[in-house]
Unconditional design. Structure first.
Ligand SMILES: [Zn+2]
Ligand SMILES: [Zn+2]
Length: 392
C-alpha cells in the first residue's frame, strides 16, 4: 500500500478543499457549511457518516480485508476558524468573511482528513479493522469532544490520532516526540469581599481593590517562589473587575485567572495554593477571599513513550529519518488531550513554516499561512498511522 503515493495523487483535491475552507471560515459552533462539505465529500466516497450535534461529523470506514487486528482507530481533525481579520491581501483564496479567518490551520486538518478518508476507503479491501473519522467543531472554544462522547462515539475505540499543522516548525518536519508537548489549561475566579464607604473615609471601609491588588501580586510568587523552576508554569490574572465610582471604596473585586502547566501533579496543586494565598492575603487587609469558580479546562497533551515510538515508526516508514523534527513545547492547550486521557493515542505536529514563501507568522496572526506541502504529508500521516495501528 503506497500511502504516500496516493497522498501525492490526491494532493490537488486536498489543496482545493483546504482553499475552499480557507475562503469560507466559520467560527466555533458555527461550522455549518464546513460540516455540509465534509458530509458531501464523505457521501461521494460512499463513507457512511453521522452528524454529531449541529456541526460535528463522524465517518466510519470498515475494512473488509482479512489481515489486520480488527481494532478501531479514531482520527481527529478540527474544523473551526477564529474571529481574526485576515491580512493576507494577495492570497487568491483569502477569507471572504470579514473578521473571520482560518489562522490556526484547521482548514488544512479538515481537508487532510478527507484526503486520508479517500485513501483509506480505497484500501479498505486490504485491512481488517475500523477507522472512525472525527470532524470536530469548536476546538478553539475549548473543544466539543464531550458531545461526541455523549453520542456514544468514543465507545469501542482502541486508539486515537490527531495531527496539528504547525507553522513554527519547518515544513517537511514532523514531531511525534514523547512527553508533554502542550500545556494543561485551567481557569478560576476569585471574589474578594471588603466593605464599601466614602473614598475620603478609609477607616470606615475595607478596600477590596487594595486587597485584590495584593492578591494579584502575591499570586505571582507561585511560579517564582513555590513551584520548582524545572517545570514551566504560568499564572495569569486576565481580568479584574472592581469598584463603582472614583470616590467610593470598592466593596467587591472579582479576579479571573488562567493556569498553565505541562505537569499533571502541579495542575492538581494549583487550586490549594491559590486559595491559600488569596485567603491569607485578603485577611491581612481585613477582607475575605473566596474561590467562586474553578474549572478544569484541558489537560496537558502527553505522548506516552510507547505511543510516540509507534508513531515514530510510521514517520520513518513514510518519510525517513530526516523528517523527524524537534518542536519546542507550547503553552497553548488542546482539547484532544481529553480524548487521549480516555483512549491511548498520539498527537503529532506537522511542520508548515516556510519563510521563503511568507509562511513565517505565528498561529492566530492575521498573516498566518502554511506551506501547503504540509497537506499531503499530514494526509499520508493520518492514513499510514491508521493502517499501522490496524496492522500492528
Ligand atoms: Zn488555534
Ligand atoms: Zn489549532
Amino acid at each position: 500500500m503506497d500511502v504516500l503515493g496516493l497522498a501525492k495523487e490526491y494532493e490537488p483535491y486536498i489543496v482545493a478543499l483546504r482553499r475552499d475552507f480557507h475562503m469560507h471560515p466559520e467560527l466555533s459552533w458555527k461550522e455549518y457549511r464546513t460540516c455540509g462539505v465534509v458530509m458531501d465529500e464523505l457521501g461521494k466516497m460512499g463513507i457512511p457518516c453521522v452528524k454529531i450535534g449541529e456541526t460535528g461529523v463522524v465517518g466510519t470506514i470498515i475494512g473488509t480485508g482479512s489481515t489486520g487486528n480488527g481494532k478501531t482507530i479514531a482520527l481527529r481533525a478540527d474544523m473551526d476558524a477564529l474571529p481574526i481579520k485576515e491580512l493576507n491581501d494577495d492570497l487568491p483564496y483569502k477569507s471572504t468573511v470579514d473578521g473571520a479567518m482560518h489562522a490556526c490551520g484547521h482548514d488544512g486538518h479538515t481537508a487532510c482528513l478527507l484526503g486520508a478518508a479517500k485513501i483509506l476507503n480505497g484500501l479498505k479491501a486490504d485491512f481488517r479493522g475500523t477507522v472512525k473519522l472525527f470532524f470536530e467543531p469548536a476546538e478553539e472554544y475549548g473543544g466539543s469532544l464531550s458531545t461526541f462522547e455523549d453520542a456514544g462515539q468514543l465507545a469501542g475505540l482502541d486508539g486515537c490520532f490527531a495531527a496539528h499543522i504547525w507553522a513554527d516548525m519547518e515544513a517537511g518536519k514532523i514531531s511525534v516526540e514523547p512527553g508533554a508537548k502542550m500545556a494543561g489549561t485551567d481557569l478560576f475566579t476569585l471574589t474578594i469581599r471588603g466593605k464599601g464607604g466614602h473614598a475620603s473615609m478609609p477607616h470606615q471601609g475595607i478596600d477590596a481593590i487594595v486587597a485584590a491588588s495584593s492578591v494579584i501580586m502575591n499570586l505571582q510568587t507561585i511560579v517564582s517562589r513555590e513551584l520548582t523552576p524545572f517545570e514551566p508554569c504560568v499564572v495569569t490574572i486576565g481580568k479584574l473587575t472592581a469598584g463603582q465610582r472614583f470616590n467610593a471604596i470598592a466593596d467587591t473585586a472579582v479576579l479571573e485567572g488562567n493556569l498553565r502547566t505541562f505537569n499533571p501533579e502541579i495542575r492538581m496543586q494549583y487550586r490549594e495554593i491559590i486559595e491559600r494565598i488569596a485567603k491569607n492575603t485578603a485577611a491581612a487587609f481585613r477582607a475575605e477571599a473566596e474561590m467562586t469558580d474553578y474549572t478544569f479546562g484541558t489537560p496537558p497533551v502527553i505522548n506516552s513513550p510507547e505511543n510516540a515510538a509507534f508513531a515514530r515508526e510510521t514517520v520513518l516508514k513514510l518519510f525517513g529519518e530526516e523528517a523527524l523534527g524537534e518542536m519546542q513545547n507550547v503553552m497553548a492547550g488542546e482539547d484532544f488531550a481529553i480524548f487521549m486521557e480516555k483512549v491511548p493515542g498520539v498527537f503529532a505536529f506537522v511542520g508548515a513554516g516556510n519563510p521563503a514563501i511568507g509562511c513565517s507568522f505565528p498561529h492566530h496572526h492575521g498573516n498566518f499561512n502554511i506551506d501547503e506541502s504540509a497537506l499531503k504529508i499530514t494526509t499520508a500521516l493520518y492514513a499510514q498511522y491508521a493502517l499501522d495501528f490496524i496492522n500492528a
